[in-house]
Design a protein. Structure first.
Length: 656
């Protein structure tokens, strides 16, 4: 690109001088590597329109799609130099799926042409600046600053080059010597940097960002998402490495992110980012490791080109090289886990990826669709343990997300799928977690459930769901301090999960420390004011503090009758309204599903113990999953002195 040497741009506080390749602010030069500098000038010179990403790639990267990551980094470098923010841009506006536009202040000034004569003044030596283009060599060390050549010669003055060939020769000779010395210094510093890198401690925390789908076909999102999730799963197996869960990294999907902001929000030292292009029979992947401290590229991969049938070899290769880039010396067990294959059937694997894609939607339709794909994958490979684990996860969550099937149908299916997964591969943390979930919610096998949770966490300490569900188990067992430790660990691994952020307050709720619980629930509602679990839990706290107006307002927010609302009416003295609501729910329960346990709590609020125990007995016989709350539920306090309650606790076999 031919820069304009006769122009100078005033960009508010900044001055851009294309002829000098210099950006400055208040007279202080700001470093901007060569390629970002060129891109900035191009955006300014075409500020009347949006400059497409493809135009920039064609002009500065010769159109190679593999440099999409480099373009994003380039724009990031420009933002950093101009002290710009992606969220509130003052200079560079990003148009998603389009390109970029310069929107900041601009004034043009003409610069007088440079004279045809020049002087070199040498009093103490020749000073030469050596600077590498960091945009072209990502991750390479850069040397900046003067290199001094000591000399005993007196003042040297050249009026013009054409006047003295001898002086020109001397100047060229001095330049050559300086370049040799400069090259030696750069080599020395690179070598020293490489040595320091080799001796640096390994990176202990990582966020694998969603790989970008470069096909521009939304139908391929499941594939790029699947490769991302596979990398998260593989890297999570490395002992001593914290890997952020899928749910939190996907908050950043489709965004141009600042690595430092990612590091701050997710609490990691580095992030892995990249792209996937999947054609009919081939896959191309490019990834790089970026420091979350200063945005430096720590390691950049070659381009991985494989046929679709080699997808497993591709994932193995990426995982190994990423581990090497993080300076981890893998044990034999780590290396084996990192490259573990669960099927050799590519079609079955694609069906599994589609199943996880829909499972992650966390909707009844999504879970049902996930079940269909997992079952198809199992038909193609009956020993595909991950597909069985996906099936178990789907059935386990269908009850929570309103799948419409009775508990007696869902949990036995979840348990059977988890057990089948573990028969094929006993090392799957996901399957152990789903089995634990079924054992304590449906079987009331408290000891067996805890054993499975502990096994899952040993196998994969980075599996946030295992820590979350184990935390729930623990606060139902009245082991509140252990519960807090587990839910806090889950939060470290998945800091943007709404459920986990809500459950941070639940150990305090059931320990009856309501003010601390309220603080946690309100923080969760800052993330999503409409999240039902946080609103419901906050209502329970208000109710126990006697703040019935606030509690009832929150419980009425779901727009339908509920046993919890009936209890709140009764506790607040509005007994007629409570009785009417409970009667309506009791009649409706003959046609649609209402939790008999929750109906029992409403009758307990009304003081009708006989009806309360009748409905608790129904809950016991139907294996209502809410029965796990019996030990800690404040709504049942009025029943605890009754011998029928002691008999119920005996049959539930709660540990003392």
């Amino acid at each position: 690109m031919a820069l304009q040497p006769d122009k100078k741009y005033l960009l508010g506080d900044f001055v851009l001088e294309p002829g000098k390749c210099m950006l400055s602010r208040g007279g202080t030069e700001i470093h901007l590597a060569h390629r970002p500098f060129q891109v900035l000038v191009h955006l300014i010179e075409h500020r009347e329109r949006v400059v497409s990403r493809q135009e920039l790639l064609d002009r500065f990267w010769e159109g190679h799609n593999v440099y999409e990551v480099a373009l994003s980094k380039c724009i990031g470098a420009i933002r950093k130099a101009l002290d710009d923010r992606l969220e509130k841009p003052r200079h560079i506006e990003t148009r998603w799926a389009e390109g970029y536009r310069y929107i900041g202040p601009v004034e043009e000034e003409r610069v007088s042409p440079a004279p045809q004569v020049f002087e070199i003044e040498r009093t103490h030596g020749v000073q030469i600046r050596v600077e590498e283009d960091e945009g072209f060599y990502p991750g390479m060390a850069r040397h900046e600053g003067p290199i001094s050549l000591a000399s005993t010669a007196g003042p040297l003055q050249l009026s013009a080059l054409y006047r003295s060939w001898r002086k020109v020769g001397m100047a060229i000779g001095l330049s050559a010597i300086a370049l040799v010395i400069g090259g030696a210094i750069v080599y020395h510093r690179r070598t020293a940097t490489a040595t320091r890198a080799d001796q640096s401690p390994p990176i202990r925390s990582l966020a694998v960002m969603p790989l970008r789908n470069l096909t521009d076909d939304p139908a391929n999102e499941y594939f790029s998402d699947g490769i991302t999730e596979s990398l998260i799963t593989s890297l999570s197996k490395i002992e001593g490495l914290k890997v952020i869960s899928r749910g939190s990294v996907y908050r950043f999907k489709g965004q141009e992110v600042d690595p430092r902001e990612v590091g701050r929000q997710l609490g990691v030292a580095a992030m892995l980012e990249g792209s996937v292009r999947r054609d009919e029979n081939s896959v191309r992947v490019l990834v790089r490791l970026v420091s979350a401290e200063d945005g430096r590229v720590l390691w950049s991969s070659e381009t991985y080109d494989h046929t679709l049938v080699d997808i497993f070899a591709l994932e193995d290769e990426i995982a190994r090289q990423v581990a090497t880039g993080m300076r981890f010396k893998l044990s034999g067990a780590d290396a084996q886990q990192l490259t573990r294959r669960y099927t050799d059937n590519v079609e079955a694997y694609e069906l599994y990826l589609r199943g996880r894609f829909f499972w992650n939607k966390r909707t009844p339709d999504g879970l049902q669709k996930g079940i269909e794909y997992f079952e198809q994958a199992i038909k193609l490979d009956p020993k595909f343990a991950l597909a069985y684990a996906g099936l178990a996860d789907s059935y386990a969550l269908l009850d929570l997300y309103g799948g419409g099937l009775p508990v007696r149908d869902l949990f036995p299916r979840a348990k059977a799928a988890a057990q089948k997964a573990l028969e094929v591969d006993g090392s799957l943390a996901e399957a152990h977690t789903s089995l634990a979930y079924a054992k304590y919610y449906y079987d009331w096998d408290w000891a067996g459930a805890e054993e499975e949770f502990k096994r899952a966490i040993v196998l994969n300490p980075n599996y946030a769901t295992a820590h979350q569900w184990y935390a729930e188990y623990l606060f139902y067992m009245e082991r509140f301090d252990q519960s807090l430790a587990e839910i806090n660990r889950a939060h470290e691994l998945d800091p943007f999960s709404l459920t986990i952020n809500t459950e941070l307050g639940s150990p305090y709720l059931y320990k009856r420390r309501y003010d601390q619980a309220i603080e946690k629930y309100r923080q969760a509602l800052e993330m999503d004011p409409h999240f039902w679990l946080a609103n419901y839990s906050l209502a329970l706290c208000y109710e126990q503090k006697g703040m019935f107006v606030e509690a009832i307002d929150l419980l009425k927010g779901n727009g339908k009758d509920s046993a919890s609302l009936g209890y709140a009416y009764a506790a607040s003295g509005r007994r007629d309204e409570a009785r009417k609501m409970v009667n309506r729910i009791t009649r409706a329960s003959k046609q649609e599903h209402f939790s008999p346990y929750m109906i029992a709590t409403a009758y307990a609020g009304l003081g009708d113990k006989d009806q309360a125990f009748d409905w608790l007995e129904r809950a016991y016989k139907s294996h209502d999953e809410t029965m796990v709350m019996v030990k800690v539920d404040q709504h049942l306090d009025s029943l605890r002195s009754d011998r029928r309650f002691a008999d119920l606790m005996r049959r539930l076999r709660f540990p003392s």
